[in-house]
Design a protein around this ligand. Structure first.
Ligand code: G1P
Length: 310
């Protein structure tokens, strides 16, 4: 077991995902058979981490309920961020709950690859990936393979290498001290205290932070991108319980979680259904079905269907 603590900031609403975030925080929206948070916690566990600190805010009850129901074996702490003051502020709030090394995975970050080299590489590390629209992200500048600067959402990016939202720190006390410096200086970007600025402080203090290329990072920023990510993940992972194949026509690839009920449906290609979903006489293609969603005689293509929107 690892001595790392995972910090998962998940306090945000996700306004670009309305109306789906009207009733749930963004991290609870489903992709490929489970909430984004489920993918995150599976990653955390596959890195051998059992201690998890969640920074919660908007609709925090939904997160707490999901974690207590489905990840009861983890040692969890929930810390509330009462106001949306930025990612740097959110992480700083974890200060009293974390000591030793820490791994931060943002609440909207899906990585379909091995994060162990990033977490357990023995160095401070940040996951990166080239993107077509670097202005939207935190950016790293490399010289001879080393990070020489960080910048949050720059108007003129020095590179196309985006920070994907996975970070590993050997000593959380040094990270919190860097965050404290940012907070004391009053620096904000887009009115928010930024984690990226604390990374710059660590660099200026002579700390090494190594870049780890993570090509298997998937964004879930908009509904359109969520559906694309769902398609991509399903093209890599087809899973359908055997008994569902008998009573339905399944066109692969699909991801139907155990316990989903389906009868007389045509599902696929690219249909995912999360735990507790119940489908009857439906024809779905390229769709995401969220947890506990009941659909009867529904025909849909290219859609997100959840308990509240279908
Ligand atoms: C945050 C980080 C940014 C990073 C991004 C990844 O931004 O501040 O550095 O590139 O996550 O998704 P946000 O998406 O919260 O605006």
């Amino acid at each position: 077991m690892s001595n790392f603590t995972a910090i998962i900031p998940a306090a945000g609403k996700g306004v670009r995902l309305l109306p789906y975030t009207e009733h749930m925080p963004k991290t609870m929206l489903s992709v490929a058979g489970k909430p984004i948070l489920g993918h995150i916690l599976d990653q955390v566990e596959s890195c051998g981490i059992k201690k998890v600190v969640f920074i919660v805010g908007y609709k925090k009850e939904a997160i707490e309920e999901f974690v207590r129901e489905r990840y009861a074996h983890l040692d969890v702490t929930f810390v509330e961020q009462p106001e949306p003051k930025g990612l740097g502020h959110a992480i700083y709030l974890a200060k009293d709950a974390v000591s030793g090394p820490c791994f931060i995975l943002l609440g909207d970050t899906i990585v379909d690859g091995n994060l162990r080299p990033l977490v357990h590489g023995g160095k401070n590390a940040v996951g990166i990936k080239p993107v077509p629209d670097p202005q939207r992200f935190g950016i790293v500048e490399l010289k001879n393979g080393k990070i020489v600067s960080f910048e949050e959402k720059p108007a003129c990016p020095k590179s196309d290498l985006a920070i994907i939202g996975a970070y590993s720190f050997l000593d959380s006390a040094r990270l919190f001290s860097a965050l404290e410096e940012v907070i004391r200086s009053g620096k904000t970007v887009k009115n928010e205290i930024q984690l990226t600025d604390a990374l710059s402080v660590l660099l200026s203090r002579g700390e090494e932070i190594v870049p780890v290329l993570m090509n298997d990072w998937f964004d879930c920023g908009t509904v359109e991108v969520m559906i694309q990510t769902n398609r991509l993940l399903l093209s890599r992972h087809h899973r359908v319980p055997a008994e569902l194949e008998k009573n339905n026509k399944i066109i692969p690839p699909c991801w139907i979680e155990d316990g989903v009920k389906a009868e007389n449906c045509v599902l696929g290609p690219y249909v995912s259904a999360a735990y507790g979903a119940e489908l009857k006489d439906c024809t779905l293609e390229d769709c995401i079905v969220g947890p506990h969603t009941q659909l009867d005689k529904k025909t849909a293509v290219h859609a997100v269907l959840d308990k509240y929107n279908h």
